[in-house]
Design a protein around this ligand. Structure first.
Ligand code: C2E
Ligand code: MG
Ligand code: MG
Length: 608
């Protein structure tokens, strides 16, 4: 009896932890999705799942290989993972028909599960939330290495779950239970990416309650709080799946409208929201309090930063309110300052390439096996006459949105190829290459391939000495113009690299779908080599997969000797980072040309 109660208590704690990670019925977490893809590809199986075992069902927080439309949940009768949770131990079955545990499982009958390997997803508090599994539809003799890889991937998935649990506990507004600003921003980022991918729009609606201050003054703060909670509840009731709401400050709220087909649908969402607030007065401490609201809307149809979309919605609200925001006249100074600076940068960037304010620095790329210098990445620097040095992370997104990046990008290309030509003419420099970052709107321009060809020809540099780095956003957008541009560039012989791999949303499947030559692994992974014991396994997995797809790999952001040796040993081809060399102005490059670095890449065979 006592034991049963204890078990029930354990199950309660387990389900509580499951709620805290905030993944049930939510958008799939991109990191978990990616881990299942990796598992599928590394173990060579068609299906991999991160199954959260809930009361009465299992929910897939990450899934690869399910047929579309992806069904995210099944009853427990169809769950092999539930046994992993019950046993709190791995379950590895080569042929389910011969397993006393799984032979009668309906997943075997209905989904054709023939071989199953599942690892428990156990948090540091001891709660097993579900299982990370690999499934084959034919009998499969799981090798020791496969089981080990699955264990490592499971440990990474547990890291994600732990982080989400920790974050989930303080991501919500205490008063209303709505998403807090940080969580909301994250949801907006994902919704924008999703909307753009699906050729839809998404919108942020900002609204403020008119006369809220009067309620507070007349009825007291407790009543004000009650009103805010009631407003939050009504707003929540209008949300569709994928939508979200947030309390920004005081009486101001934000609503995210996911996947809008057209303007009419957007207008309908706003109307529904407005009517939910105004159709009947709120009951607050026995008083009927009618509410009216002012609304501002901002819509995105291309990838824009969440902050910007939110700021635009709040700006629209402020304009309609007549210039005041946040409880009658408390403007958000940080937001204002950000907007003012952006505006200033925007104006200053027009024609900047003609004003001698731009410069390039070059960061060496080093072959990790031989320590040879193989080339450089050109990185742009901007010194504004009054603002001083502006970081590329700050001004490039602005230049991308205004289109200023197109002439700036031409300037970069010409300067970089010209400098490369000079270094290739030196005795040690004949084979050097140059990587240049290309913004999505440059790639969309129909004249880019011709320009690139002309610049290479004018400087007598072969096209295959040039690599153009694109970001995942280009792949996300999935527009035919990009694929065409990339194909034309490659016909010229130019290489195409995917930059910052691992930071965004691109799934591994994209890599085979797009014509890529090089994968640049984001420095987040490389930094992990110092702190996470499993980072090495993940890197090995990525480089192995890249090699299988015929891609060269570059590890970015190497800052320590240990990162360098681990990266080299994990099979990565090329390294880049402060530990090897910082980005340098052109005039400091020549002395480096014959340099050989010690990389530890051949630590298993080389003498010494
Ligand atoms: P990216 O292409 O991923 O470039 C690598 C960035 O990492 C550079 O920052 C570089 O200075 C930095 N980095 C290199 N080694 C290390 C390291 O060991 N540790 C750390 N913490 N950082 C390291 P940077 O120069 O600030 O450039 C930032 C981003 O701006 C670039 O990221 C690229 O996306 C963009 N960018 C730079 N130049 C251009 C350009 O000419 N055109 C376009 N479209 N984008 C550019
Ligand atoms: Mg780059
Ligand atoms: Mg990068």
């Amino acid at each position: 009896m006592q034991q049963t109660e204890a078990r029930a208590g354990d199950e309660g704690a387990r389900l509580g932890a499951l709620r805290d990670v905030g993944l049930l019925d939510a958008e799939p977490d991109p990191a978990l999705e990616r881990l299942t893809k990796l598992a599928g590809e590394l173990l060579g199986v068609p299906i991999s799942l991160i199954s959260l075992v809930d009361a009465g069902r299992q929910y897939f927080a990450g899934a690869t290989g399910l047929s579309a439309p992806v069904q995210r949940e099944t009853p427990l009768s169809h769950s092999c993972c539930r046994h992993v949770v019950e046993r709190r131990a791995p379950l590895v079955v080569d042929d389910c028909r011969e397993s006393s545990l799984l032979a009668d499982n309906l997943a075997v009958r209905d989904f054709g599960v023939m071989a199953y390997a599942g690892m428990p997803l156990t948090l540091s508090g001891g709660e097993t939330l579900g299982a990370f599994c690999a499934i084959d539809k034919v009998p499969h003799q799981w090798s020791e290495r496969e089981v080990h890889l699955l264990e490592e991937l499971t440990a990474l998935a547990v890291d994600v779950l732990e982080a989400r649990r920790a974050a989930g506990q303080d991501l919500r507004d205490r008063l209303t239970g709505l998403a807090g600003r940080a969580l909301f921003g994250e949801l907006v980022t994902r919704a924008v990416a999703r909307a753009v991918r699906g050729e839809r729009a998404c919108a942020v609606v900002a609204f403020g309650l008119d006369g809220f201050k009067l309620v507070n003054d007349a009825l007291g703060h407790a009543a004000g709080d009650e009103l805010l909670r009631a407003v939050a509840a009504r707003v929540s009731s209008t949300l569709r799946s994928g939508d979200a709401a947030c309390r920004l400050a005081g009486d101001e709220f934000l609503v995210l409208c996911d996947a809008l087909e057209d303007d009419a649908q957007g207008a309908a969402v706003v109307a529904r929201l407005h009517s939910a607030l105004t159709h009947a007065p709120f009951e607050v401490e026995g008083h009927a309090v009618p509410v009216s609201a002012t609304v501002g809307v901002a819509t995105a149809t291309t990838v824009v930063p969440a902050d910007e979309l939110i700021d635009a919605a709040v700006d629209a609200l402020v304009r309609r309110k007549g210039g005041v925001s946040h409880e009658a006249g408390r403007p958000d100074p940080q937001r204002r300052a950000r907007a003012t600076r952006r505006l200033r940068l925007k104006h200053a960037l027009a024609g900047v390439e003609e004003r001698d304010e731009l410069a390039l620095v070059y960061q060496p790329l080093v072959d990790l096996r031989e320590g040879r210098l193989v080339g450089f990445e050109a990185l742009l620097r901007w010194t504004h006459p009054e603002l001083g040095a502006v970081r590329p992370d700050e001004f490039i997104p602005v230049a991308e949105r205004t289109g200023a990046i197109v002439p700036i990008g031409e300037w970069v290309l010409e300067r970089a190829v010209r400098d490369l030509a000079a270094w290739r003419a030196t005795p040690d420099g004949g084979e050097l290459t140059m990587s240049v970052n290309i913004a999505p709107n440059q790639l969309r321009s129909a004249t880019l391939p011709a320009r690139v060809g002309a610049v290479c020809a004018a400087n007598d540099v072969p096209a295959d000495a040039l690599t153009l780095e694109i970001t995942e956003r280009v792949l996300l957008d999935d527009r035919p113009a990009y694929a065409r541009g990339m194909a034309e560039l490659q016909q010229l012989g130019v290489r195409v690299a995917l930059d910052d791999f691992g930071t965004g949303y691109s799934a591994l499947s994209y890599l085979s779908r797009f014509p890529l030559d090089v994968l640049k692994i984001d420095r987040g992974f490389v930094a992990g080599l110092d702190v996470q014991p499993r980072a090495r396994a993940l890197l090995e997995a990525i480089t192995a997969m890249a090699a299988a797809l015929g891609l060269r790999t570059v590890g970015e952001g190497i800052e320590t000797a240990r990162q360098l040796t681990e990266l080299a040993a994990s099979g990565c081809d090329i390294g880049q980072g402060y530990h090897l060399a910082r980005p340098l102005p052109a005039q400091e490059i020549e002395p480096l040309l014959g340099q050989v670095w010690t990389t530890g890449g051949d630590d298993e065979g080389a003498p010494g």
